[in-house]
Design a protein around this ligand. Structure first.
Ligand code: SAH
Length: 237
């Protein structure tokens, strides 16, 4: 049936956005994934259809109301919906490739996009929202974060990447950053492609790539190695 995403947002016109083109666009066309955007405001009541209000305790900005958001969630995701409910949030657990793979192997996701100062804490608890962050910086809304999460999920769905192998060496998949890439021309502004890559020796190429990946990870992301080096499934070298 494919991966089914329902996005709750105040700006449904931001979807499918870039997911409508290229790799993800073709996946949506084929029905490998669906992305449905639902306007939270459609679930507001009263003359002014207010979705937000001032923060209890005072301070700047506005907060998304829990009753409106809960109604929106309940309308798209009944209690027996097997899909996880996510809230894009800078306070969330950082998104990882492992979580991306997990989500991709499931039935889909309900994704809430915050705006303003964020959402009322009570609806996070009452609807069991899993807070996910895409990095240590603050966006003006959860929509770009949801698009990024969905981009990462859709590209690892079965059949989406043309060459199935092209995912396996990539950054984070083995707990390392990926080795550098080269292509023609053989010489570019006096720089040559490393000789080993054109040697035809597959074992030497594989060793070189592994070595470069390790070097790069040590230099740029030593934090990744702390977990990698204890992983039992790493090839011995
Ligand atoms: N006052 C909040 C920030 C609100 S930003 C705080 O300091 O934590 C408004 C909305 O943008 C958030 O509700 C969230 O949905 C989204 N957002 C902002 N930064 C994000 C990030 N790094 N990852 C995921 N979502 C983010």
């Amino acid at each position: 049936m494919g991966f089914r995403a329902t996005v709750l947002t105040l700006y449904p016109e931001m979807f499918p956005g870039h997911l409508g083109v290229s790799l993800a666009g073709r996946a949506l066309e084929r029905g490998d994934a669906t992305v449905e955007a639902v306007n939270i405001r459609d679930h507001a009541t009263g003359k002014h259809r207010n979705v937000d209000d001032t923060p209890a305790g005072g301070g700047a900005g506005m907060v998304l109301r829990p009753d409106v958001l809960a109604r929106a969630i309940d309308a798209v995701s009944p209690e027996n919906d097997p899909r996880p409910r996510l809230l894009m949030s800078p306070r969330g657990r950082p998104l990882t490739q492992a979580r991306v793979r997990e989500l991709a192997s499931g039935p889909g996701a309900v994704i809430v996009c915050g705006r303003f100062e964020g959402v009322d804490q009570r609806v996070i608890e009452a609807r069991n929202l899993e807070e996910i962050s895409i990095g240590d910086y603050v966006l003006s809304g959860g929509e770009p974060a949801a698009l990024i999460l969905l981009d990462a999920v859709i590209r690892v769905l079965p059949g989406v990447m043309g060459n199935a192998l092209s995912g396996t060496h990539e950054s984070f998949e083995a707990g390392l950053l990926e080795h550098p890439h080269y292509t023609r021309p053989q010489v570019f502004e006096d720089r040559e492609i490393p000789a080993v890559l054109t040697s035809g020796n597959h074992k030497a190429v594989e060793d070189w790539r592994q070595e470069e990946a390790l070097k790069l990870t040590r230099a740029r992301r030593p934090d990744l190695l702390q977990t990698t080096e204890t992983r039992p499934d790493q090839p011995e070298k």
